[in-house]
Design a protein around this ligand. Structure first.
Ligand SMILES: Nc1ncnc2c1ncn2[C@@H]1O[C@H](COP(=O)(O)OP(=O)(O)OP(=O)(O)O)[C@@H](O)[C@H]1O
Ligand SMILES: [Mg+2]
Length: 266
């Protein structure tokens, strides 16, 4: 998967929702304290939450809202997702794609208590018609019940396969009322799909060069570990987000200029 953009909301200086496009080579330019490092650190929080960990204090001090959001948009998506032997599916079949065909994953942290509480959503053009809008949260037994409740014909439907039942139910509806929706991926197949997607995410490594560092520092060690991880796993990843000295080298030659604290222009 390839990172196309990151959008910040209520993260440090970025109170208003602010989208940053990511190219093959992205350079972020702006005056001091405008929020350049914050963009890179938001990506670290989204992908790893290790070198920089999200804290309640990261919420914009001027915002009356209680949450922080970081949303990453991806292209080059996996053709299919294998949930188990009976359950192969696609993001398109599950109505988990955005209007432009990309995948948008939003992480939201509630900052009301001590430790921020993370929730994950896929922002997609998803059914909003009642009884057709919650299928990714249902167990297999509940999907069978829903088929009965909605009089969905069971010929040709594998009742041991959740994707097969969801397809049949959705095809049964004359108007799914597709709407831009935040689909929670915290339980049942939503959760399984997110777990599968997580293994396809680009690798991201943050290297902070604007302070003294030692070879033992995590930002020195972690990029090296990231470098050998694909070989160890024998899995081909798309190394989109390797950062060096506060420069990001993912997908072509785009320069992002920060105009002010409330927004970014290009
Ligand atoms: N919780 C917060 N709420 C509002 N603003 C914040 C918050 N935390 C940090 N900031 C603001 O973020 C700014 C610093 O952001 P950042 O370090 O990303 O800037 P920078 O462009 O990388 O700066 P430099 O050029 O010095 O490296 C400061 O103006 C600081 O006041
Ligand atoms: Mg900085």
């Amino acid at each position: 998967m390839k990172l196309e953009s990151v959008t910040l909301k209520n993260f440090r200086a970025f109170r208003k929702e602010t989208r940053v496009s990511i190219g093959e080579l992205t350079t972020i330019i702006g005056k001091n304290d405008v929020g350049k490092s914050s963009i890179l650190e938001a990506l670290e929080v989204f992908f790893n939450n290790e070198i920089v960990k999200l804290e309640s204090g990261d919420k914009n001090v001027h915002s009356t809202e209680t949450h922080i959001e970081v949303t990453c948009e991806f292209s080059d998506l996996p053709d299919e997702l294998v949930l188990d032997t009976q359950a192969e599916t696609t993001l398109s079949d599950e109505y988990l794609l955005a209007m432009n065909g990309n995948l948008c994953v939003k992480k939201r942290w509630q900052c009301t208590g001590g430790k921020p509480k993370e929730e994950i959503f896929v922002c997609a053009n998803h059914p909003s018609e009642p009884k057709y809008d919650d299928l990714l949260t249902l167990t297999q037994a509940k999907l069978r019940e829903r088929m009965t409740e909605l009089n969905v014909a069971s010929e040709g439907v594998n009742r041991n396969s959740n994707p097969s039942m969801r397809k049949a139910i959705w095809e049964n509806c004359p108007d799914l009322k597709l709407r831009k929706t935040e689909v929670a991926v915290a339980k049942e197949d939503g959760k399984r799909i997110w777990e599968k997607l997580a293994s396809h995410l680009p690798l991201f490594a943050l290297f902070q060069s604007d302070r003294p560092s030692r070879d033992s520092d995590a930002e020195v060690q972690d990029p090296m570990k990231l470098g050998i991880r694909p070989a160890k796993l024998s899995i081909t990843h798309n190394p989109v987000g390797l950062l060096g000295g506060e420069m990001i080298y993912p997908p072509a030659g785009r320069c992002v200029k920060i105009d002010g604290r409330s927004g970014i222009g290009q």
